[in-house]
Design a protein around this ligand. Structure first.
Ligand SMILES: NC(=O)C1=CN([C@@H]2O[C@H](COP(=O)(O)OP(=O)(O)OC[C@H]3O[C@@H](n4cnc5c(N)ncnc54)[C@H](OP(=O)(O)O)[C@@H]3O)[C@@H](O)[C@H]2O)C=CC1
Ligand SMILES: O=C(O)[C@@H]1CCC=N1
Length: 265
């Protein structure tokens, strides 16, 4: 269990998910986590779990060593300005999970801070995130700490900062893309005879199995697809029809559009 106290500034969708993961994994004692937001009524479950809930960012920072900033990209600069005097480079590590705000932008507001940019996804709530990280001004011990923390909450990969926007699309937006794929499978499953609960279970477990084949066995997707596509069979018939309708192309175009939205605004 971590001895460090953690403040999560911005307890929205991602900030709350991080707090849930930290509690569930046992990485932190719930009382050592403080989550802030202005309207705290949405944080009742975390409060019931023993997490400290605050509206006062400065107070949360004063009582913590690790500061996770999970604010919206458009208000992070303004809010950071409000509490920057509380941040002490000798005491605090700042971890930003904010999309599209660079290390240089952040250091402009809080110079000299040990700073990590991290890009997790909402599966962090159940310790199944992939979290991409890059850092500056950090000691080896600080980086080890941050990596250990995110490893407890799924898997971690260290990347160059120039890939952080791409990581946002593939890993963080990717949860929504994968869920929409599963939802379409459920809709198809209902059309061919299943009730929604059974279709959901079959669709979700099938996607989990496909992902585990890649993760555990380190295989290429097409190698596994070849094992399913019986010649003249139903899989290749369905798969080819999906491709005629632009299946892979639509996903690649969607990924590219998401990326351009971050980079070009
Ligand atoms: N959602 C996701 O899957 C992912 C999100 N991200 C990034 O993480 C960041 C947060 O995203 P997300 O959680 O979805 O957004 P949310 O809007 O859900 O969370 C942001 C939270 O910040 C709070 N907030 C606003 N102003 C303040 C303030 N002055 N002090 C404290 N808290 C404040 C808001 O609550 P209130 O209004 O009550 O103060 C809100 O709940 C974004 O930069 C996003 O791009 C990155 C990866 C994945
Ligand atoms: O949609 C967004 O902008 C944020 C970033 C990644 C996931 N959600």
């Amino acid at each position: 269990m971590s001895a460090k106290k953690i403040a999560i500034i911005g307890g929205g969708n991602l900030g709350s998910a991080i707090a849930q993961g930290l509690v569930k994994s046992g990485f932190s004692n719930p009382a050592d986590i403080t989550v802030t937001k202005r309207n705290t009524s949405t944080l009742a479950d975390l409060k019931a779990a023993g997490v400290q809930i605050e509206t006062d960012n400065a107070k949360a920072i004063r009582q913590s060593e690790v500061i996770v900033v999970a604010l919206k990209p458009y208000n992070v600069r303004e809010v950071l300005q409000q509490f920057r005097e509380e941040l002490d480079p000798a005491r605090h590590i700042l971890i930003s999970v904010v999309t599209g705000v660079s290390i240089a932008d952040l250091l402009h507001i809080v110079p000299d801070m040990p700073l990590v940019r991290a890009m997790p996804n909402t599966a962090i709530a159940i310790q199944e995130s992939i979290t991409c990280i890059c850092a500056t001004n950090t000691t080896d011990e600080q980086i080890r700490y941050v990596k250990t923390m995110f490893d407890q909450l799924g898997a971690t990969v260290s990347i160059d900062e120039k890939l952080m926007d791409a990581a946002t699309v593939l890993g963080a937006c990717g949860i929504a893309f994968a869920l929409r794929f599963i939802r379409a499978n459920i809709q198809g499953g209902i059309e061919i005879g299943f009730d929604v609960r059974t279709a959901s279970l079959i669709a979700a477990q099938t996607v989990k199995g496909a992902a585990e084949l890649l993760i555990r066995e380190n295989r290429h997707p097409e190698e596994e697809i070849d094992k399913v596509t019986t010649p003249k069979g139903c899989t290749i018939a369905g798969l080819n029809e999906m491709e005629h309708q632009g299946f892979s192309s639509s996903l690649i175009k969607g990924i590219s559009t998401s990326y351009n939205k971050i980079v070009k605004g």
